[in-house]
Design a protein around this ligand. Structure first.
Ligand SMILES: [Zn+2]
Ligand SMILES: [Zn+2]
Length: 1005
């Protein structure tokens, strides 16, 4: 006897019931250790989730994959680590803690404990840690709700000592190779966070659409172009270079004006009589009606080398540079198209170039040897030496410059301009560019080390080249992933690894001597202890974070002076990139195996599989993993990556609270149900963005989940009435339903063939990391099971049949399928598969089982093809009936159809199914084929009676349903007199205890 299935089964309650069971009864623990003695390893490496907020439904997509494959490999008997990770350190946490505390700036943080900077920083760092613990707890609970089984007690945290010290080891190796250097660059900078935003961190989604005032600036030429050519003197009007910029605050930093040598440039006289140079193609665009005449047109290269005056030449900071670099100060230069392509769509074709205040400007300046004028400090205030502008904020007061430009006649036109402008990815403040001293890992420098033997081929290779070689050894899914990664690897700059003015992060182990300039990198806690000359006692017992780590001082190797650690913290991607080295430990605890038992570590390295959302990760996690593993071992950190797209609202827009299309995870889980949610993710094409919402969830529920459930319910409803025998065995921990000695009919054989194929197909697909392929095939199977197998088998159950052997064949077939189907569904939809499996088998849990070993001999390709043909004939038959206007419940003597299917290819045994489905006595296909061979003759009268009887029974069954009766609950019926001859048949089929005959139909209990 199986537990009956309620008509109004509550799926959400069911999910909570199993969650309690799994954790209270230790099922998850048993699952984690089920294959501890296996010698097959499946190494999954988790990309850490940022423990800074509750998780969203977009996280649930990746986390479904992160649970699906471990569950699958657990069924296959592989040993695994099941380790989840949390990303902990970095600006994102600081920003949230600042918000919570209502802090506005660095000064506030450093005064958290009034007047005590050290205690303030200690407290702030501690609050950051606490925030991480708080949200990692919430995310853990949410992940459990998702049905995600992992070693939740031993998740890794990137803030752990082990992780931080392993990054030190990496940085030390970089140092030994000669790749770590300090550089001065113009970097994107957040004036609120007061820190550089590295190139990796600026994603397209961090641009916001804003309106700024843009300006057309007049730069007066010192030498007039027309005079250069004609050698005439001073008898022509002034000429100006007309230059456009959307960032007027950078004008004081102007060094050069850049043009494209191959473009045409024209000198245009406007109505005021002034003459402007600009790209010929843009004259109309910029000057419009103001054009009086075009004086002349030349190739860009003829303007190269011209000198001009700037609006701020009188300011000390500017004139100082003018004096130091007279030959290339305020000069017209030619661009390098690869660095700074010049547009003919907007602007003037003459580009304001401020080497200190722009990435491209900086690169071009570096190439051409142009000097820079630093203009702003960490908070974007103008520096000393900029006259009336000094100490005023460049970004907050854009009018500061514009008013000056207007008042002094340097502006041709100022207008509002809408554009996409980069913002800080955490606090959304608009970025500026400023000159900063930062630490980098060099990508294009061969190593200082001369490796021997088999590694010697690396000697001539730069880190970039080594990384490219490593990236190519990884299997990327989808395949375009490799190209995307290579594009990044080929074009990225040196890795900016430092962050200034921050507190919560990796303490970069760089010790720079203020006295002689020498710097060294410390590679481990042990090394620091050994080299410490001061402060170790005060540091010991603390994590390697600010402020305690900074108490430790060492001695300069060169000059012997006492040296401090640099103030900076590390780029947060260092934290996540090192995890293949730092987090693989014995039982997910303690010291990294990489450090203490390399041989054991190698069993898990490289990881077999990682999976993350593609956008962003090419520049972030994938990049950091590859960079760090290349330096550590010159090995790929993972063998295969499955990337997936972005989750959008079902309206196709990004999810946004204010747009009403965002779904909070807990709410989504309890409204949609986690099984359905997981199925949505599993069936999604990962290389495409996913539309997610309640309507989409309803579709999936209707089109798959409820169909599956109804098949199961049908089985349970009738099996409990018919009580057939089952042959369920457990051998060596593996379960098996035996189908020996059963009188299987053609439908049973067909569905078994379909099922055997399915199990193999799903196994193969999952081994190829194709969840979608597997899910869609399961959907096809469940549809076949419901709409063909069960539909054709309704007549075989309970009161509809007296054939005991046939019943046994039916029930055993469907039992075999449901038991094994629950197992193969368990990685996808862990809750309903548990519900089904436990009721069917009374075993401990579906999640402690093994992948089914199915009887391959059931696979019958011919039978499947013939059944497919039969179904097409049935389709044609139904179409024919429709065209004749005769409902299916009306039996017909003969149906004649035309079809492309060759009926002779369908075996004899299948034809009765076709007849019964079409409710006909005879069928003639394509004129010459008929079944049965000898025509069955029935009179019109008999057919009519049969149809009416069928209709009557249908009506009684409908009433039973309306009254909410169980299948075996007897009724009393009164039926019209003319059905008297069918008394016994009616009684049996509608489960009536009493039948009387009268005028019309009455059904009662
Ligand atoms: Zn910021
Ligand atoms: Zn020194």
């Amino acid at each position: 006897m199986f537990k009956p299935v309620q008509a109004n089964h509550n799926f959400i309650e069911m999910e909570h019931k199993w969650l309690r069971y799994w954790y209270e009864e230790g099922i998850v623990d048993k699952y984690l250790h089920k294959n501890d003695n296996s010698d097959k390893y499946f190494s999954f490496l988790d990309g850490p989730i940022t423990a800074n907020n509750p998780m969203g439904v977009h996280h649930a997509w990746g986390r479904t994959y992160k649970d699906l494959w471990p569950k699958f490999y657990n069924l296959l008997g592989f040993r695994q680590r099941f380790q989840n990770g949390f990303d902990c350190q970095g600006l994102w946490v600081e920003v949230e803690v600042e918000k919570e505390l209502g802090l506005k700036s660095k000064k506030d943080i450093e005064n958290l404990v009034s007047g005590d900077r050290f205690a303030s920083i200690a407290k702030f760092v501690d609050l950051c840690k606490k925030r991480v613990y708080r949200f990692s707890k919430i995310q853990t609970e949410q992940s459990k709700r998702l049905g995600y089984f992992a070693d939740w007690q031993h998740s890794y945290y990137t803030m752990s000592d082990e992780n931080n010290y392993m990054i030190w080891t990496f940085l030390k190796k970089c140092y030994e190779n000669g790749w770590i250097y300090k550089g001065q660059e113009s970097v994107p900078w957040c004036p609120r966070c007061q820190t550089a935003i590295s190139q990796h961190e600026i994603l397209t989604e961090d641009y916001k659409e804003v309106v700024h005032e843009a300006i057309y600036i007049k730069f007066k030429l010192k030498t007039q172009m027309s005079n250069v050519k004609t050698k005439e003197k001073d008898n022509k009007p002034d000429e100006y270079l007309l230059v456009w910029t959307t960032t007027p605050w950078t004008i004081p930093a102007n060094i050069a004006i850049t043009l494209d040598e191959d473009f045409d440039y024209s000198l245009v006289e406007v109505k005021s009589g002034e003459r402007y140079w600009l790209a010929t193609n843009l004259v109309k665009n910029v000057l419009g009606d103001d054009v009086k005449q075009i004086v002349k047109t030349v190739k860009g290269k003829e303007l190269i080398g011209l000198k001009y005056e700037g609006p701020f030449d009188h300011l000390p900071a500017v004139s100082k540079v003018a004096k130091e670099y007279p030959h290339n100060f305020h000069t017209v230069v030619a661009t390098d198209k690869k660095i700074l392509p010049i547009s003919l769509e907007e602007g003037t074709g003459l580009v304001h170039t401020a080497v200190s205040a722009g990435t491209e400007d900086y690169k071009l300046g570096k190439k051409l040897g142009l000097p820079m004028i630093p203009v702003i400090d960490d908070e974007a205030n103008y520096l000393d030496g900029l006259g009336e502008f000094s100490f005023k904020n460049a970004k907050k007061n854009p009018r500061l410059i514009l008013d000056y430009m207007e008042k002094n006649g340097f502006a041709y036109k100022i207008h509002n301009y809408k554009h996409r402008y980069p913002a800080c990815w955490r606090c959304k403040t608009e970025l500026v560019w400023k000159v900063a001293e930062e630490w980098y890992i060099a990508m294009d420098k061969p190593s200082n080390l001369k490796l021997k033997t088999q590694m010697s081929k690396l000697n001539k290779m730069t880190l970039r080249e080594r990384m490219i070689a490593v990236a190519k050894r990884i299997k990327w899914m989808p395949e375009f992933g490799l190209q995307r990664e290579l594009d990044w690897l080929k074009n990225m700059d040196d890795w900016l690894i430092s962050k200034k003015n921050r507190y919560w992060g990796l303490s970069l182990p760089i010790y720079e001597c203020k006295h002689c300039g020498h710097f060294t990198v410390i590679g481990s806690k042990e090394e620091l202890k050994e080299k410490a000359v001061e402060g170790w006692d005060k540091f010991e017992g603390h994590s390697p974070h600010k402020p305690y780590i900074d108490l430790v001082k060492i001695k300069c190797e060169k000059c012997g002076k006492v040296v401090f650690r640099i103030e900076d913290v590390g780029n947060p991607w260092l934290d996540a990139g090192i995890v293949p080295y730092s987090t693989i430990t014995e039982n997910n605890q303690g010291e990294p195996l990489y450090k203490i038992d390399k041989e054991k570590w190698q069993k898990w390295f490289p990881a077999d599989f990682i999976t993350e959302s593609f956008p962003g990760q090419f520049k972030n996690w994938f990049y950091a993993l590859i960079a760090m593993s290349t330096v550590m071992e010159n090995e790929p950190p993972f063998k295969r990556v499955l990337g997936f797209g972005t989750l959008l609202g079902e309206d196709g827009r990004p999810m946004h609270k204010s747009w009403g299309n965002a779904i909070e995870f807990n709410e989504g889980a309890d409204k949609i149900g986690v099984d359905v949610m997981r199925w949505m993710y599993a069936r999604q094409n990962p290389s495409e963005n996913m539309l997610f919402g309640y309507k989409k969830a309803d579709e999936v529920r209707r089109q798959f989940y409820l169909i599956l459930w109804n098949v199961y319910k049908f089985f349970i409803d009738y099996v409990n009435l018919d009580k057939p025998k089952f042959n369920f065995q457990v051998r060596e921990g593996k379960t098996k339903v035996s189908l020996k000695n059963l009188k299987l009919n053609i439908l049973d054989k067909w569905i078994l063939s379909r099922f055997v194929f399915l199990v193999e197909f799903v196994e193969q697909s999952l081994k190829n990391f194709d969840a979608r392929g597997a899910a869609l095939e399961i959907e096809r199977f469940v549809s076949d099971l419901s709409t063909w197998y069960i539909r054709q088998s309704r007549g075989r159950v309970w009161v509809n049949s007296n054939d005991k052997d046939d019943k046994e064949a039916f029930y055993n077939t469907i039992y075999y399928i449901l038991v094994n189907l629950s197992i193969i569904l368990s990685p996808f939809i862990p809750f309903v598969s548990e519900e089904m499996y436990k009721n069917l088998t009374d075993r401990e849990s579906v999640h402690l089982e093994f992948w089914p070993e199915v009887e391959k001999e059931f696979y019958d390709k011919n039978l499947e093809e013939e059944m497919e043909k039969a179904r097409r004939i049935v389709e044609s038959g139904h179409a024919k009936r429709k065209s004749l206007g005769v409902k299916v419940r009306m039996p017909l003597s003969t149906l004649t159809i035309e079809t492309e299917v060759n009926p002779k290819l369908i075996r004899e045994e299948i034809w009765p199914i076709i007849l019964s489905e079409l409710n006909v006595k005879n069928i003639v296909v394509n004129q010459d084929f008929r079944y049965p061979k000898t025509e069955v003759k029935v009179s019109e009268e008999e057919l009519k009676k049969e149809g009416e009887l069928r209709e009557l029974i249908r009506r009684i069954q409908a009433k039973r349903k309306e009254m909410g009766l169980k299948p075996n609950q007897p009724i009393r019926v009164t039926v019209p007199k003319e059905f008297q001859p069918f008394k016994e048949e009616i009684k049996r089929k509608v489960v009536a205890s009493n039948i009387t005959f009268g005028e019309s139909l009455i059904v009662e209990i």
